[in-house]
Design a protein around this ligand. Structure first.
Ligand code: ADP
Ligand code: MG
Length: 473
C-alpha cells in the first residue's frame, strides 16, 4: 500500500465526514504500517484513538476496501508519550468495544477497538460499538433553569434506575440545548451506580451504520442479538432515521423487543416525534407512548447561569484572568439560545485574553467576538412581532393589521408597533405600511402611547417585557 492510496482514502473521508470532523479526527492520523490486513495508525492521544476507533472505523475500513486495499481492521498507537490531558483524568470509557476475537497482531500499546478483549462467552461480534461518553457531560455540570427543568427532572428520574416507569423517555429540542449532555449524564449515573448494567448509547446515525454493516456482512442475527441484550438503550438524534425505511423498521423491532422486556429506552430528537416528517406512524406512536419532554430555547437567566458556571471551569485553566462586570450579562443577552455557541464564545474569549494578556472587558469582547455577535444578531421581523402579539392577546393577526379601532385591537396593535420600533430597524413609514397602510404619524403616536403607559400601567409593562423576551429568545 502506498501513500497515494491513503491520500485518496483521506480525500474520500473528507467528503464523507465533513471539514470539521476531518480536521479534528482524520487529519491527525498517520498511517504507519499495513500488516496482514491491519492498518496501523499513530495518533496523538489515547482518547483520539478510541474516538476514531469507535466512530469512524467502519467508514475508514469501507473506504480502504473501496480503494482496493484489503483491510480488516484498524489499530491505533499513541505516537509519543503525551502528558495526561484534561480528558485523561476522566472516568474510563464505559463501554467495552467489541471487535472480532482474532488475535491482535500489532505490538503494544494499541488503544483502539482492536485492543479490547472480546466479551467472553459471546459470539464474535464486530458490529456493536457504543459511542464514547463525554466526561464533561454529567448532571453536576448541567445548569438547570426554567427552560430545561422538566427535561432535567425526567432525566434524573431515569438515571436513578429502579423500576421502569416511563418508556421511552424522549428528550427533544433545538440544536445545542443539552439533549446529548443529558443523555450522557444519565449513562454516567446509571453505570456508576451499577457497573454491570449494559448501557448502550449511540447516535441514530451509528445505529444505521451498524445495521447496514450487519446486512452487508450477513450478520443480522448478531446485530439483533446484541441490541436485544442491552439493559438500557439510548439513541441520540433519532430524526436521522426518518425516511430511511429499513433502518426505521429495524429500529421499530429493536424498540419493541426491549420494551417487551421492560428495558429502559431513551431517545432524543430535534423536534417533537409527531413533527418528524417521514418518520413512520408506528414509530411516532411508539415514541409518544412514553414520556415526551422538551428542552425549550434558553432564556437570559439560564444563559447567564451557564456562563457563570463555565467561567468557573475556565478559571482552572486561566486562574489569573479577570473578567469585567457586565461582560457575562452582555453575552447572555446577545448570544443566541444555542449553548454550544455560547460556550465556544467564552472559550475563545479566555484564550484570546490570555494570549494578549488583558482583562476581559467589553472592548476585548467586542473585538474578539465580532463575528459571533454579528451572526447572532437575530433579525426579528415585523410579521413575527405581529404574530406573537396576536397570539399573546388571543386575537387574530388580521385584527392587528386591519382597520378595526376597537380598544381590544387598538392596544395590542400599539404594542406591536412599539415592539417593531424597538426590535427592528424599520422606519416609522415602513412599519405603518405593514400595519395595513397606516400613516407614520399613527405609528409614532402608538409608540409614544405605549412608552407612557409602560411607566404607569404595570400590566402593559409586563406584557411588553414578556413579548420582548419571547421574541428575543
Ligand atoms: P444538543 O445535543 O441538544 O444539540 P448538547 O447536549 O450537545 O446539545 O449541548 C451543547 C453544549 O452545550 C454542550 O457542550 C453542553 O455541555 C452545553 N450545555 C447545554 N445545555 C447546558 C446546560 N443546561 N448546562 C450546562 N451546559 C449545557
Ligand atoms: Mg446532540
Amino acid at each position: 500500500m502506498n501513500e497515494e492510496t491513503w491520500d485518496h482514502v483521506q480525500q474520500r473521508l473528507l467528503g464523507a465526514v465533513g471539514q470539521n470532523n476531518f480536521k479534528t479526527w482524520i487529519e491527525p492520523l498517520e498511517l504507519q504500517a499495513m500488516d496482514s490486513g491491519i492498518a496501523v495508525f499513530t495518533v496523538p492521544t489515547n482518547f483520539m484513538g478510541n474516538y476514531v476507533g469507535q466512530n469512524f472505523s467502519d467508514l475508514i475500513l469501507h473506504e480502504f476496501n473501496l480503494a482496493g486495499e484489503q483491510v480488516q481492521r484498524l489499530a491505533f498507537k499513541v505516537a509519543v508519550k503525551a502528558p495526561a490531558s484534561a480528558l485523561g483524568d476522566a472516568p474510563a470509557p464505559l463501554f467495552e468495544v467489541m471487535q472480532d476475537d482474532a488475535p491482535v497482531a500489532t505490538a503494544a500499546p494499541v488503544t483502539s477497538a482492536a485492543s479490547s478483549a472480546p466479551a467472553a462467552g459471546k459470539e464474535p461480534l464486530e458490529t456493536l460499538q457504543a459511542a464514547p461518553l463525554d466526561p464533561r457531560f454529567t448532571f453536576d455540570s448541567f445548569v438547570v433553569g426554567k427552560p430545561n427543568e422538566l427535561a432535567h427532572a425526567a432525566a434524573r428520574r431515569v438515571a436513578e434506575g429502579g423500576p421502569v416507569t416511563f418508556n421511552p423517555l424522549v428528550l427533544y429540542g433545538g440544536v445545542g440545548l443539552g439533549k446529548t449532555h443529558l443523555m450522557h449524564a444519565i449513562a454516567w449515573e446509571l453505570t456508576q451506580s451499577n457497573p454491570d448494567l449494559n448501557v448502550l448509547y449511540l447516535s441514530a446515525e451509528q445505529f444505521m451504520y451498524r445495521f447496514v454493516q450487519a446486512l452487508r456482512e450477513r450478520k443480522m442475527m448478531d446485530f439483533k442479538h446484541l441490541f436485544r441484550s442491552v439493559d438500557v438503550l439510548m439513541v441520540d438524534d433519532v430524526q436521522f432515521i426518518a425516511g430511511k425505511d429499513s433502518t426505521q423498521e429495524e429500529f421499530f423491532h429493536t424498540f419493541n423487543a426491549l420494551v417487551d422486556q421492560n428495558k429502559q429506552i431513551i431517545i432524543s430528537a430535534d423536534r417533537a416525534p409527531g413533527e418528524i416528517k417521514e418518520l413512520e406512524e408506528r414509530v411516532k406512536s411508539r415514541l409518544q407512548c412514553g414520556l415526551v419532554v422538551d428542552l425549550h430555547p434558553t432564556d437570559y437567566e439560564l444563559r447567564l447561569g451557564i456562563l457563570q458556571t463555565k467561567v468557573q471551569h475556565q478559571r482552572q485553566t486561566y486562574p489569573d484572568l479577570q473578567i469585567a462586570d457586565g461582560v457575562l450579562e452582555f453575552l447572555a443577552h446577545r448570544i443566541s439560545t444555542n449553548v454550544r455557541v455560547l460556550e465556544g464564545a467564552l472559550t475563545r474569549l479566555f484564550a484570546f485574553a490570555s494570549l494578549v494578556g488583558r482583562e476581559i472587558d467589553m472592548e476585548l469582547t467586542q473585538d474578539c467576538l465580532a463575528d459571533v455577535l454579528r451572526a447572532s444578531e437575530r433579525k426579528i421581523t415585523v410579521e413575527e412581532i405581529q404574530r406573537k402579539v396576536s397570539e399573546y392577546y388571543n386575537i387574530r393577526m388580521s385584527d392587528i393589521i386591519g382597520p378595526k379601532r376597537l380598544r381590544s385591537y387598538a392596544r395590542p396593535r400599539q404594542v406591536a408597533m412599539y415592539l417593531c420600533k424597538q426590535l427592528t430597524s424599520r422606519s416609522l413609514p415602513e412599519i405603518g405600511r405593514r400595519f395595513g397602510g397606516r400613516d407614520h404619524t399613527t405609528v409614532m403616536h402608538g409608540v409614544k402611547r405605549i412608552e407612557e403607559l409602560k411607566s404607569v400601567d404595570g400590566q402593559i409593562a409586563e406584557d411588553v417585557e414578556m413579548l420582548r423576551r419571547a421574541l428575543e429568545a
